[in-house]
Design a binder for this molecule. Structure first.
Ligand code: ADE
Length: 264
């Protein structure tokens, strides 16, 4: 996957991108991140990127022209690649890829980010992430340029950069081979619609606290059942709202009924 990030502060990214799993994903050739400074697309000697809003009110807004120019330069380059590639045999695949480039504005007004959206985004060949700053962006960017708007939570950050990093991280760990063990992402909290239950490692006894017997029993079916029930218990205690949409079977419902009975 190739991710293009448009920001006024490209220097914020390398520290996070060049460590651990994200670096590994780049080494594996699964992830390519291209950082673009919006200021480079701003005209004039002073490369102005922001202006006060028409009609007054506090704060500054990102101007539309540098953002349109930055995004359009990416689209144009992609179209040039397309013309080049159409001469090859993979014409159909290439045509698919051109249309397959969501342009996402990070903003507290966007749709709430979730594991489902991370999965959806991980299916694309390319993503463009546009980091807002100041009071926001000129409305014409929303109306005529971006194809999606995402928020990472109901709080206001000083800009979209951290939100972009959150998205890059959540999406990258879903790309093939990035987490090592096949299927490692499939049991994550939220991937199953439930929170994960508790995990333990060595030592079996630490101070006076011991690891549950069942986990040391070697009995695969009992361990799987215990994990499922602890995952249900944790979800029931902490995020009961998730139980409304999680896929539950007969045994899950029986266990939840038992929990409710014990706590009534
Ligand atoms: N920019 C500022 N706050 C944000 C948020 N909560 N999510 C995404 N982008 C943002």
């Amino acid at each position: 996957m190739r991710i293009d990030i448009l920001t006024l502060f490209p220097g914020m990214f390398p520290g996070y991108l060049n460590e651990s799993i994200l670096q590994k994903a780049q080494d594996l050739g699964q992830l390519e991140v291209h950082l673009h400074n919006i200021r480079d697309f701003a005209a004039g000697k002073h490369h102005v990127t922001d202006e006060p809003p028409f009609g007054g009110g506090g704060g500054m807004l990102l101007k539309p022209e540098p953002i349109f120019d930055a995004v359009e330069s990416l689209i144009l380059r992609q179209a040039q690649d397309k013309v080049f590639n159409l001469q090859s045999s993979e014409e159909k695949d290439q045509r698919l890829k051109i249309e397959d480039m969501p342009i996402i504005l990070l903003t507290p007004q966007g749709r709430p980010f979730s594991q489902t959206i991370a999965q959806e985004l991980s299916q694309h060949e390319r993503l463009v992430l546009l980091c807002g700053r100041y009071e926001g962006v000129d409305e014409r960017v929303r109306q005529h340029l971006v194809t999606d708007e995402i928020s990472i939570g109901d709080y206001v950050l000083t800009g979209g950069e951290l939100a972009a990093m959150v998205i890059v991280d959540a999406v990258t760990r879903l790309l093939p081979g990035v987490l090592g063990a096949e299927g490692a992402a499939e049991t994550d909290s939220h991937a199953t619609g439930l929170l994960e239950g508790p995990h333990y490692t060595k030592p079996a006894q630490f101070r006076e606290w011991t690891v549950p017997e069942v986990l040391r029993s070697g009995h695969a079916a009992n361990i799987a059942r215990w994990r499922r029930e602890e995952s249900l218990r944790r979800t029931w205690q902490r995020r009961p709202d998730l139980l409304l949409t999680a896929e539950l079977d007969e045994a899950d419902r029986w266990f939840l009924g038992k929990l409710a009975g014990e706590n009534s």
